[in-house]
Design a protein around this ligand. Structure first.
Ligand SMILES: O=c1[nH]c(=O)c2ncn([C@@H]3O[C@H](COP(=O)(O)OP(=O)(O)OP(=O)(O)O)[C@@H](O)[C@H]3O)c2[nH]1
Ligand SMILES: [Mg+2]
Length: 203
């Protein structure tokens, strides 16, 4: 079976990529499958910069094609925060629960009509000696006043998808993977690259 390495340590992302690539008969490997893989510091100020940093570092290190995902939540009432700092919004060793609590607290006084937000996903596809390809996907929504649902990961329980009338964590895996920022970005990447280029056979 064909294999692709996703340069991530986030189990939620890995599951979603596995599901999205399943129909293509492609197996997804992540950094969790690779012993001693380096931690790449996310020093960029944009999702694109961080995705490129992660993909190019791992691709160079291992001399193979790699996809990296940098993603997060932009809340208009917080001037775009938590943004690129979504994973560490409540602090470096804090949990998804802590991050959601922080957002809910900060939005306590914010009216329903001013709770717009979007998930953003930048995907970078890096290959040895080739130009890196970067794409971005978005998913528009609103921040709820309390958590709803148990699927997904990260901020999904407080992210409401207006046209479906459900939180992201109330959607089935298949539903989330058909409308999410990650799904939109992956579709854009797929449209840009030749399928042959994407394939990586484990050495
Ligand atoms: O509710 C959510 N549904 C999603 O679909 C989603 N996608 C991203 N996020 C949040 O944004 C951070 C990304 O940060 P991030 O791109 O640096 O990833 P990460 O540090 O978790 O793993 P890695 O890929 O860097 O190894 C994550 O931790 C999450 O908090 C999401 N939240
Ligand atoms: Mg990260």
């Amino acid at each position: 079976m064909m294999k692709i390495l996703i340069a991530t340590k986030n189990k939620g992302k890995v599951k979603e990529f596995q599901a999205m690539f399943e129909s293509l008969g492609v197996e997804i490997l992540s950094l969790a499958d690779i012993e001693g893989s380096p931690d790449v510091e996310e020093t960029g100020t944009t999702f694109e910069e961080n995705a490129v940093l992660k993909a190019e570092t791992i691709s160079k290190e291992m001399n193979i094609p790699v996809i990296a995902d940098d993603s997060g939540l932009e809340i208009d009432a917080l001037n775009g925060k938590p943004g690129v700092y979504s994973a560490r919004y409540a602090g470096i060793h804090k949990s998804d629960e802590d991050n959601m609590e922080k957002v809910l607290n900060e939005l306590k006084e914010v009216k329903d009509s001013e709770r717009s937000a979007r998930f953003i996903c930048a995907l970078a596809f890096a290959r040895p000696n080739e130009k890196t390809i970067v794409v971005k996907g978005e998913c528009e929504g609103k921040i709820l006043r309390e958590k709803r649902g148990h699927q997904g990961f990260g901020y999904d329980p407080i992210f409401f998808v207006p046209h479906l009338g459900l939180s992201m964590a109330e959607l089935s895996k298949a539903e989330k993977n058909s409308i999410s920022h990650r799904a939109v970005a992956l579709q854009r990447l797929n449209n840009l690259i030749d399928e042959e280029d994407m394939l990586w056979q484990k050495p």
